[in-house]
Design a protein around this ligand. Structure first.
Ligand code: SF4
Length: 320
């Protein structure tokens, strides 16, 4: 099928089946363009909570589908590719978190939403990069907290809140790759540009940023800012929406560190652009197939979902 045929057929199917297509900002441009709703993890969860669609297609990664299913157990939640995982979610296994909880029985657990349903079931309150500071600030001042799985976000929230949360040692392979040296070079070339960074980046990148925030916050800043040039340190999928919202402005992706590979002339080959391999597993063809055949449905065991929904609901309540 051509791209045009896929667009037409997906459009017909979503109407026939009363389905909503929700896409994360890190999806490819064609998927973002056809989605009914685009957002960051928090916005996707909030939208799932309020939609009256019978079928929710989550164009994102597996934990996002799980979150939607936990929030909407009676709805059919589909994902284009069931194998689209997340290196950050993978870095925190439920059995390991259970051991850490046993070692620190007086600690509560605050988990980033980038976690499996099993980890959420062991969590007191969930957060996203949009609301982590707000929620941590709202917890009792003397609360002892395990924060996981992203150590960079945890460090950043510790620095903002003055807390000393115990951090899980996980990270996102995409956000860890941004090169400090290459960012410094870019800043010299574009001295007027504002640096936008996601809090999953390393502390050295965050230290060079003018604005640190979730994808939604960075997008909002770019829209309102008087600046016309931006260096963007987050997954490059967000550039599609930034450019669509601000066609007169320039967005330059911050490059990743160089790989150890060399080309024939002996030059270092840069890593692929900072794209999330998992997010990019979704394609228009897979989106069409999952909606057409209603396949790749997400299931969460009821006993896990019952526990996991508590920390998600708490997050949604606290972030109002
Ligand atoms: S960008 Fe990082 S945190 Fe987001 S889905 Fe990909 S691996 Fe996970």
């Amino acid at each position: 099928m051509t791209q045009e045929e896929l667009i037409q057929k997906i459009d017909i199917l979503r109407k026939e089946k009363h389905a909503i297509i929700m896409a994360h900002y890190y999806q490819t441009a064609d998927i973002q363009a056809i989605a009914d709703f685009i957002g960051d993890s928090l916005a996707l969860a909030q939208k799932a909570k309020t939609t009256d669609a019978q079928i929710i297609v989550i164009c994102g990664v597996h934990f996002m589908g799980e979150t939607a299913k936990i929030i909407c157990p009676d709805k059919k939640v589909l994902v284009p590719d069931l194998h689209a995982g997340c290196s950050l979610a993978d870095s925190c296994k439920a059995e390991d978190l259970r051991v850490m909880k046993e070692q620190h029985p007086d600690h509560m657990v605050v988990s980033y939403v980038n976690t499996t349903a099993e980890v959420k079931a062991l969590t007191n309150v969930c957060v996203t990069s949009s609301n982590a500071k707000k929620i941590v600030d709202m917890l009792p001042k003397d609360a002892k907290i395990i924060f996981g799985p992203d150590r960079n976000l945890g460090n950043y929230i510790n620095s903002l809140t003055g807390r000393n949360m115990l951090l899980w040692n996980g990270a996102c392979h995409v956000h860890e790759r941004f090169s400090v040296e290459r960012l410094v070079e870019l800043k010299k070339k574009h001295p007027a540009a504002k640096v936008l960074a996601h809090p999953e980046c390393k502390a050295a990148v965050i230290a060079l940023a003018d604005v640190v925030g979730s994808t939604a916050a960075l997008l909002e800043y770019a829209k309102k800012s008087d600046s016309i040039e931006f260096l963007v340190a987050t997954e490059s999928g967000i550039l599609f929406e930034m450019q669509r919202a601000c066609p007169e402005k320039t967005f330059i992706p911050v490059p990743p560190e160089m790989s150890e590979s060399f080309d024939k002339e002996g030059n270092l080959i840069p890593c692929a652009c900072n794209e999330c391999d998992y997010m990019r597993m979704n394609t228009m063809q897979k989106l069409y197939d999952c909606l057409n055949e209603e396949k790749n449905e997400i299931f969460v065991a009821p006993e896990i979902a019952e526990k996991a929904v508590v920390c998600i609901d708490k997050m949604l309540e606290m972030s109002k």
